[in-house]
Design a protein. Structure first.
Length: 118
């Protein structure tokens, strides 16, 4: 991921409803949710939700597919992982890999062991 794409993704997430929406879709896995269910769960009007979905789609953080008459939205885990890798690529100042990796097919893992603050 380059800086331009990272800024677009971070900008899309820098709003309360969109951040909640993205986090909801991450928990749903690749099957995603229909727009109506998302609106219901978040308590957002459909017209407002459309705007937020468009912003996240444009940033590449979510995908949209049609299933019969419904639009289904899912988190794009590849983009999410690329953003996390971009943000943490220099975290240790050495060749260590510290970025978490989320693969809904196998479960989420971390490339480096988690440490707890004392």
């Amino acid at each position: 991921m380059d800086q331009k794409h990272a800024l677009a993704a971070l900008g899309a997430l820098a709003q309360e409803t969109r951040l909640e929406l993205f986090r909801l879709l991450v928990t749903c896995g690749p099957q995603g949710l229909p727009a109506g269910v998302i609106a219901e769960r978040l308590g957002v009007l459909p017209s407002s939700l459309s705007f937020h979905l468009q912003q996240l789609t444009h940033a590449g953080l979510i995908t949209q597919r049609r299933l019969s008459r419904h639009l289904i939205y899912s988190a794009d885990y590849g983009t999410m992982n690329a953003l996390l890798a971009y943000l943490t690529e220099n975290c240790c100042g050495r060749d260590a890999v510290c970025a978490p990796v989320c693969d809904p097919a196998t479960g989420c893992t971390s490339a480096a062991p988690k440490t707890t603050a004392a």
